[in-house]
Design a protein around this ligand. Sequence first.
Ligand code: CA
Length: 245
Amino acid sequence: MRHSCDPLSGPFQVPRYNSGKQFEEDRRIRILLVEDDDEIAKRLVEGLSATGFAVERAENGVDGFHMGTDDTFDAVILDLGLPEMEGIDVLKRWRSAGNSTPVLVLTARGTWSEKVDGLNAGADDYISKPFHVPEVAARLRALIRRASGHTASAISFRDITLDLGSGSVTRGGAPVEMTARELRMLNYFMHRLGRIIPQSELVEHLYALDESRESNTIEVYVSRLRRKLGADLITTVRGLGYRMG
Ligand code: CA
């Protein structure tokens, strides 16, 4: 799976491949999965391998930390509740050591504070258990695309661009003023283009546990985003939720 280090052909030369199979193997995206639960790990390894990822697994935080430090992966799937070293500490250590490999955090459903901790520690995205493997695959691809392509960490949809570093938004090149919560919501939608997002999921994402969680305020924020960024930006899918794109 490793790229060969033939001294005669440096990394910037076109690699030579012996066969189609070799080419295919070298092209596989390498994922590190740090997960102690055997069943979840099996499902992810099998499901992701079937869609062309090469997955290596660590069963505890310490092994995961070392594998992610000693080797290069395209992305990491990181469980937070891990033996020997908590996922959050694994992530913090990587980030403080300058390791910027994209990390998708796995959280138990409804543990909002875990998600916040994960994002604060440098996670690039998170996904709740139980999850669907195709969604994990799609998120990983998006993370890897973003990590490999970004000269600036910005995400665009139509004429709207969200700069993830500064949190600034432009529409047709003109700056749009947004509140922190509007930004959170826009960011959430933009990373899930084409997906119907249930109102409950938006509530969970938008509010901390100690705040009152009113689902009708989601409508308020959606209509604010529409007013600022385009009336048809977000579609209401009656009975199911909202969709951007
Ligand atoms: Ca676990």
